[in-house]
Design a binder for this molecule. Structure first.
Ligand SMILES: NC(=O)c1ccc[n+]([C@@H]2O[C@H](COP(=O)([O-])OP(=O)(O)OC[C@H]3O[C@@H](n4cnc5c(N)ncnc54)[C@H](O)[C@@H]3O)[C@@H](O)[C@H]2O)c1
Length: 373
């Protein structure tokens, strides 16, 4: 795989961004479709350990055999960036291999199975000078964008709550995890809560359990309370074995603030009720949502069309790995709190994870980057 410059002009009048996608499983197929839809993206190649999945995806997306491989190292195509849709355990090795090849990476959530590994990924991003963005697709819901537009008028946030009740049957890695709901799903809701409250999470309390009829090996239900630095609280109640009425995949939300409330069913437009009883339904925008939105934001950054300045790596997005580590730390804190029945201090957890990363990271150049708090 070689970084290089593309020649085939697309709708924007500029060459397309050539993407290699690693991981073409269930979610990988959604990403392949999103890449095919985006006018400024071109699928340069695909990688997967599973040769059957690879062959099927190559047929659907009309790719020649030499644009497929079972590892990035074996893939012999010119590329500008990598989309990593592998299982969480492969996020670090695949993303770091791409960064070392000089390619920016858009990686599916959760960034890594541990906060220590996510910190190692952040160190690799800094050391290589290449962007590593974690895709938190629910940040790109139009309902979330509408809530963020109205929040400044509602003053200080007192509490945010989210109820999530679904009963999906995935099979695969989720059914073997110790905390499938917290690790694979609640990362979306905890990350959204952090985005909406816009503050540093201070402590996390949690309980988790597995109802007798659960088809997951680990705990598929949990209650979590996050206290933010300025005092706002996030109350989360979630279940992946909730038979009967099915809620939105995005959760059902209420935000209580100084000058009113926002309620959102996770699907339609949110509703604002001000302190004096006025009801307002904000208009939804027409921006691309979920994976399409996440891909568009990443491409805009890689193509230098948007973003804020970062000394080392040019422009960085809101869900850059450095920022996303805090959402992952909220999840890890919830898991530890559920396992120990004690509240967990998020800053302490991050310090312990940094110490663990310094021990587990074999590359001295990356260890140097891990010393910085
Ligand atoms: N944003 C969302 O709403 C959303 C929804 C579903 C899944 N996801 C995330 O997407 C990721 C993939 O989930 P999935 O459901 O597609 O899983 P999956 O098991 O269906 O597919 C993962 C694929 O990765 C491949 N793979 C594993 N290790 C690899 C490696 N080292 N190199 C190359 N390929 C490798 C597997 O062979 C498999 O084909 C996970 O991180 C998951 O949490 C996100």
């Amino acid at each position: 795989m070689t970084p290089g410059s593309a020649t085939n002009p697309q709708r924007s009048g500029r060459p397309p961004t050539r993407l290699v996608q690693v991981g073409v499983g269930a979610m990988g197929r959604t990403w392949l479709d999103a890449i095919a839809r985006h006018p400024d993206a071109e699928l340069a190649g695909i990688v997967d350990l599973d040769r059957t999945a690879l062959a099927q995806a190559a047929t659907v997306h009309d790719l020649p055999t030499n644009a497929t491989a079972t590892s990035l190292a074996e893939l012999d195509v010119a590329a500008d960036a990598v989309v990593n849709v592998t299982v969480p355990a492969a996020h670090l090795p695949v993303s770091v291999a791409a960064l070392r090849a000089g390619l920016p990476v858009l990686c599916e959530k959760p960034a890594a199975p541990t906060v220590a590994d996510a910190l190692r990924m952040a160190a690799a991003s800094r050391a290589t000078g290449c962007l590593l963005v974690v895709s938190q697709s629910r940040r790109f819901l139009r309902g979330v964008a509408a809530i963020r537009r109205v929040l400044p008028d509602l003053g200080a946030i007192s509490s945010v709550s989210c109820a999530f009740h679904r009963a999906p049957r995935f099979g695969g890695f989720r059914e073997e995890m110790a905390h499938p709901l917290l690790v694979d799903m609640a990362i979306h809701h905890l990350d959204l809560a952090r985005l909406l409250v816009d503050d540093r999470p201070a402590t996390v309390q949690a309980t988790s359990w597995n109802p007798p009829w659960s088809w997951f090996a680990g705990d598929a239900a949990a209650d979590v309370v996050v206290t933010f630095a300025a005092g706002a609280r996030f109350d989360y109640a979630g279940s992946w074995v909730a038979r009967g009425a099915q809620g939105s995949w995005n959760g059902s939300w209420r935000i209580s603030a100084e000058h009113g409330s926002v309620t959102w069913d996770g699907e339609d437009a949110p509703e604002v009720v001000t302190a004096d009883g006025e009801r307002v339904v904000p208009t939804l925008g027409d921006e691309p949502e979920e994976v399409d939105g996440s891909l568009a934001a990443f491409l805009a950054l890689v193509r230098g069309e948007t973003g804020s300045e970062d000394a080392g790596r040019g422009v960085v997005p809101a869900s850059d790995i450095d920022d996303n580590v805090t959402s992952l730390a909220m999840v890890a804190a919830a898991v530890t709190a559920a396992d120990t029945s004690r509240p967990v201090d998020v800053a302490d957890l991050l310090s312990r994870s940094r110490a663990e990363a310094l021990v587990t990271e074999p590359d001295p150049a990356l260890r140097a980057g891990l010393s910085d708090p």
